[in-house]
Design a protein around this ligand. Structure first.
Ligand SMILES: [Mg+2]
Length: 342
């Protein structure tokens, strides 16, 4: 049996059996955005790591080393933000090929340091190693949260409203433009500034740190995660962790004017990007129905970030479904990112 036969998520289930030494210290382990661990202080520790590998997550020709460093920190901050926590310290493991220019590595670290400073993160160590032919940056980030504010993936309850910050699909639309510089526009040609905005969404994601903190501190939500593998796949993860089902409305999914214009210009459905594209790093959350509007107003009032209500949590037996624009109710297919099946 090969990894491509079983996929990333079955593999994780297999390799994470019997992994705890002292389960009493673990509030949340594998299966959430971060591990949540009890400490001797009143706060919980939040631990997360995420890696960017050349060829899998980036190409040297299409991202600058400075952008790569910034992104490596940002995607880890996003996981801490998705629990409502704050990041504190990071360890950086970096694999470099022999022919890498010193300037290139300095630029990665310029990006790392700048982004770390933005979120008050101290770089406290790491590891540098030779990699035969691919560069990688792997960051281990430690954060914290007061237990009363912690939001997990497993807290969604039947009847909850499903909310999302920002727009979905920009990052994957941007990736498509980056990977196909000679893309053929079949309809109206895409404006240059639209093209650039989409590319930036992919190359320089902005974690919803402030929004995550406000949502957690408000105590108005039941569950939260960041969308890194696409709405369809990540909503499924909240449903699995919470033992619930869900319904979302296709026409409520927030899509930017840029992604709409790009999809139109290549005659593709914008939903391909918004539902199944990865790396948006927006927050997906659920709240009791009476709190949904309060969250929307709070976030928009304090941060100007848009929050959209796009569905509702149902019983597990209902499954996970989408109401199409023509009114048909269909099962929600999950084409989210799976590393070994792409
Ligand atoms: Mg995550």
């Amino acid at each position: 049996m090969k990894l491509e036969d079983i996929g990333e998520f079955s593999l994780i289930k297999k390799i994470t059996k019997d992994i705890f030494v002292d389960k009493s210290m673990v509030i949340a382990g594998v299966g959430d955005d971060v591990a949540v661990i009890k400490t001797k202080s009143e706060k919980y520790s939040l631990l997360t790591c995420d890696i960017l590998i050349e060829g899998t997550h980036f190409k040297r020709e299409t991202i600058t080393p400075y952008q790569l460093g910034k992104k490596a920190i940002a995607i880890n901050v996003s996981d801490i933000a998705a629990k409502g926590g704050i990041p504190n310290q990071a360890l950086i493991s970096i694999g470099l090929t022999k022919d890498t220019k010193v300037k290139y590595v300095e630029e990665i670290y310029r990006g790392i340091k700048e982004e770390a400073k933005k979120f008050n993160i101290d770089i406290v160590g790491g590891n540098t190693a030779l990699s035969k032919d691919k560069i990688f940056v792997d960051i281990f980030l430690i954060g914290e949260i007061e237990p009363e504010f912690l939001l997990l993936r497993s807290g969604a309850k039947t009847g909850d409203k499903i909310l999302v910050t920002g727009n979905l699909g920009d990052s994957s639309a941007g990736l498509e433009i980056i990977e196909n510089p000679d893309i053929k526009f079949k309809g109206i040609k895409l404006e240059m500034r639209y093209k650039n905005n989409l590319k930036i969404a992919h190359l320089n994601p902005c974690p919803r740190f402030v929004e995550g903190k406000i949502i957690a501190k408000s105590k108005l939500a039941h569950s939260m995660m960041d969308i890194s593998d696409g709405l369809s796949g990540d909503l499924t993860k909240i449903c699995e962790a919470s033992g619930v089902g869900a319904i979302i409305w296709e026409d409520k999914i927030p899509i930017s004017k840029e992604t709409l214009a790009f999809a139109k210009s290549i005659k593709k459905s914008p939903l391909n990007f918004a539902l199944h594209g990865g790396e948006d790093y927006e927050l997906l959350l659920t709240s009791p129905p009476e709190n949904a509007n309060l969250i929307i107003q709070k976030i928009q009032g304090k941060t100007k970030t848009k929050v959209t209500e796009l569905g509702e949590i149902k019983d597990k037996e209902f499954g996970i479904k989408i109401v199409k624009t023509d009114g048909r109710i269909m099962p929600l297919n999950t084409y989210g990112w799976d590393h070994f099946r792409m």
